[in-house]
Design a protein around this ligand. Structure first.
Ligand code: 5RP
Length: 224
């Protein structure tokens, strides 16, 4: 296994320590979360009782395969949300949506008491926050027009897979290269104002802690 995969696994295993009997667990999406699902499945097999709310069809399928009950409808606050990220800045703001699940991921995070982000060390962007193209979910209706408006904010955008990548919500993803993002709050508001934008992959002030797999250990950064 590569160092990066080891780090993802370390972070996922650390997050498993936060999961207690009886919890409702928000489950994110991505390769790091897949390790978390695998580990959670093992704990469920040895008697842990939890229910999951998943942020994607892919994670739901994997969780069910590992014996984790996934609720299709849950209205209330989840005890914890465990999710990955594409980049993390020094304040714990996130770029998400590399897997195209950002809308449901944001809904799950917003409805969770504790948002725990698990990443490998390469995701800690520092001054490079924004070098990962920002994913923005847009309606298929007028998508090219919507993308043109995002570009006016200073980005170069492409529709993922030439517009053939369709999210679980039947929308498209625009990957937007802004370069370094110094003021994520303002950028987030400006993009959100554009009709046709469904959600932006900037998660500002949402994470409670970042667990970083770093070399041979997991480091916990408490944000709030
Ligand atoms: C999916 C996401 C993922 O959390 C993000 O892309 C990180 O994925 P990975 O753990 O595979 O690096 O936001 O929409």
């Amino acid at each position: 296994m590569s160092l990066c995969e080891d780090e993802k696994k370390l972070a996922a295993n650390e997050a498993l320590k936060y999961i207690k009997d009886g919890m409702i667990v928000g489950i994110g999406t991505g390769s790091t979360v897949d390790y978390f699902i695998e580990g959670l499945g093992k704990r469920v097999a040895s008697g842990l009782r939890v229910k999951g709310v998943s942020s994607s069809l892919k994670s739901s399928d994997l969780a069910r395969k590992h014996g984790i009950e996934i609720l299709d409808d849950f209205q209330g606050m989840m005890d914890i949300d465990v999710d990955g990220a594409d980049q993390v800045d020094e304040k714990g703001n996130l770029i998400k949506g590399g897997g195209g699940a950002l809308l449901r991921e944001k809904i799950v995070a917003y409805n969770s008491r504790n948002v725990c982000i698990i990443v490998d060390s390469k995701k800690m962007a520092g001054n490079d926050f924004g070098s990962f193209p920002l994913p923005v979910e847009v309606t298929p209706y007028f998508a090219s027009g919507t993308v043109r408006h995002i570009e006016k904010l200073g980005a170069e955008c492409t529709l993922r897979q030439n517009g053939s990548f369709v999210t679980d919500n039947n929308n498209l993803i625009a990957d937007c290269k802004f370069g370094r993002i110094k003021d994520p709050e303002t950028l987030h508001s400006k993009i959100r104002e554009i009709p046709g934008v469904v959600e932006v992959g900037l998660f500002i002030g949402m994470a409670n802690e970042i667990i970083v797999g770093s070399g041979k250990q997991a480091r916990v950064i408490k944000i709030k």
